[in-house]
Ligand binder design. Structure first.
Ligand code: ADA
Length: 568
């Protein structure tokens, strides 16, 4: 299930999920041995999956090969990969057809002139971390490897729609929208083709035209601005969604759209013109048995758990699968999507490294292209906890912020800072987001009160009083099942009590307009950080890694529900 709804009726799509042949390549000599044509049938694995789930491979880092035979009636084929960790080479019948760097975002490979019959797809996946990797070696999650999201092969014929983006602006009264559809079209045939091209959104025509493309030609098309009257808004807990339907003579694409406005004004976060308090949680798309190939059935359960908590927003350190975002779209829960720059691992030099900058910029482009239409994405994140007191961080933030403001649609753009008193980059965020851990790594309860006052002053002195402050991370580790009378660290009582204290303090402070608790569930961390973390897990979850609730879950639920009641 790549999406929770069908994307095509006309286009022929075959899922390649299921059993694949697999082998490790520890000395990276697979290509010399011809693995791109035929790999030794060492093992059967399930795709989507991470190899770390296989017995004996938990700690394997390096290259692995995957192979899958399939049948096709031939023609032009498009292979769509949901996410390969992290450096991918794709081979069809021994020929290289695509390369892609960076996990967590979809990419494709188009091959024309494929004959009918049996073919073989081979994937070389490399999760080796070196000095140019994103993220870097020091990171607080596990560096899983493999084909972590679905693989599909599509048969294209004539003029096809490769991607779409619905840009819109709502009028001041939020009752109508000016919408414009942007398409990437492609002629899959080798000769010139003429086609009709129509697009509609719940019966309203966005596009009706004819189009001629040369054989193999790709083109970007921007439609006229069309007024959508009587717009039904996408809202928290009340998410109105529209179906977008695009057709050519030989192809189709269905997508889902929601209209909403999100912005900051005079220190408030406004959703559809109304001030909101963000009551959020951070979540890793990680499961102890499946890694980043998080099973979709369990995603539905995670969303139920999040809703039951009274949460209206989720943040993640990297782009999440479409299926999870579809569920958030459908349930009216906001999402903060960022790319995997986990800043503590990045030296100042790395922030200015041309290869790293090119890779991370491309990740932003991929993220925007892939996820633009999800109404749940209300926040784009530039990066997390980089050394934001440096000039290098300033330049990087400026580059990403400018790109996302110009290309990211109606969204708040921000980043998570862990250096509030020396941060030099606040001009590149619409709301100021802070990651602080008083009462865990340093300080105690009282430090929160002191900090809130000190930071209020700093915000005023920077002339940024109009920017709302959000706590994008704060949390306390608790080992599931550890109880104590003494309220000490690592106990469920300490976590519940401290989170309760923070939430009450933030909620009543006029500067603070939201919070994302670190974090929803415990998750496996990297061996580097694992040395300082019990069980090799980050244990700051409100639930353990198997989604069993700790005392803090119920404390947060009580407060989130109380705050929501006060808002009514
Ligand atoms: C950081 C980081 C998180 C996590 C957290 C912690 O702020 O952004 O990914 O590592 O700290 O638990 O210490």
């Amino acid at each position: 299930m790549e999406r929770t709804f069908g994307k095509h009726i006309v286009r022929k799509c075959i899922s390649l999920d299921g059993a694949w042949v697999f082998t490790t390549d520890p000395d990276k000599t697979g290509k010399e041995k011809g693995y791109q044509k035929d790999i030794p049938e060492a093992k059967t694995v399930f795709v989507p999956g991470v190899w770390n789930s296989e017995l004996g491979l938990l700690e394997y880092e390096g290259v692995c090969w995957y192979q899958k035979d399939f049948y096709t009636e031939g023609g032009t084929l498009r292979f769509v990969f949901g996410s390969v960790m992290s450096d991918a080479e794709i081979y069809l019948d021994g020929e290289l057809i695509a390369t892609h760097y960076g996990a967590f975002c979809e990419f494709d490979a188009i091959v024309s002139g494929v004959c009918s019959g049996k073919h073989r797809l081979c994937v070389r996946a490399d999760n080796t971390i070196d000095e140019k990797s994103v993220p870097q070696r020091m990171v607080d999650w596990y560096n899983y490897g493999g084909i972590a999201r679905s693989v599909t092969v599509e048969t294209l014929s004539g003029i096809c729609i490769l991607s779409n983006r619905l840009e819109y602006t709502l009028d001041a009264s939020l009752t109508s929208a000016d919408a414009r559809l942007c398409l990437e079209v492609y002629n899959a045939d080798s000769t010139s083709v003429n086609t009709s091209l129509t697009a509609e959104i719940d019966g309203i025509t966005l596009f009706t035209d004819t189009l001629t493309l040369d054989g193999g030609e790709k083109r970007e098309i921007t439609g006229e601005i069309v007024k959508i009257p009587d717009v039904r808004l996408w809202n928290i807990g009340a998410p109105e969604l529209y179906t977008l339907k695009i057709n050519t003579d030989t192809d189709d694409l269905y997508d889902r759209i929601g209209f909403r406005s999100i912005c900051v004004k005079k220190g408030e976060v406004l959703l559809n013109g109304k001030p909101i308090e963000i009551r959020g949680v951070n979540r890793h798309d990680d499961h102890p048995d499946w890694g980043f190939a998080f099973p979709e059935g369990l995603m539905i359960r995670d969303v139920d758990i999040i809703k039951n908590l009274g949460c209206n927003a989720v943040r993640s350190h990297y782009p999440n699968p479409h299926a999870f975002l579809d569920l958030l779209d459908e349930n009216g829960i906001m999402f903060w999507s960022e790319i995997p720059i986990w800043g503590n691992g990045f030296s100042i030099e790395a922030l200015a490294d041309p290869v790293i900058l090119a890779r991370t910029m491309q990740m932003h482009r991929d993220m925007v292209k892939c996820y633009y239409n999800h109404p749940c994405i209300t926040v784009w994140g530039l990066h997390n906890e980089i050394r934001s007191g440096s000039d290098e961080a300033y330049e990087m933030s400026k580059l990403f912020y400018t790109y996302l403001k110009q290309n990211g649609g109606d969204r708040i753009v921000t980043y998570a800072s862990s250096r509030p008193m020396i941060d030099k980059c606040f001009e590149f965020c619409d709301m100021i987001c802070l990651n602080m851990y008083f009462g865990w790594y340093d300080g105690d309860k009282k430090s929160w009160d002191t900090f809130l006052e000190e930071f209020s002053e700093r915000r005023d002195s920077l002339g940024m009083s109009d920017k709302p402050v959000i706590f994008s991370e704060f949390g306390y580790a608790a080992l599931y099942g550890v109880h104590t009378f003494d309220n000490i660290k690592w106990s469920e009582e300490y976590q519940a009590q401290m989170l309760g204290y923070c939430l009450e303090a933030f909620h009543k402070h006029p500067m603070v307009r939201g919070f994302y608790i670190w974090q929803l569930c415990d998750m496996r961390t990297s061996p580097e950080l694992g040395l300082n973390r019990a069980r090799g897990f980050n244990n700051k979850g409100l639930l353990n890694e198997y989604r069993k609730p700790k005392a803090a879950y119920f404390k947060v639920k009580e407060l989130y529900e109380k705050f929501a009641e006060e808002e009514k």
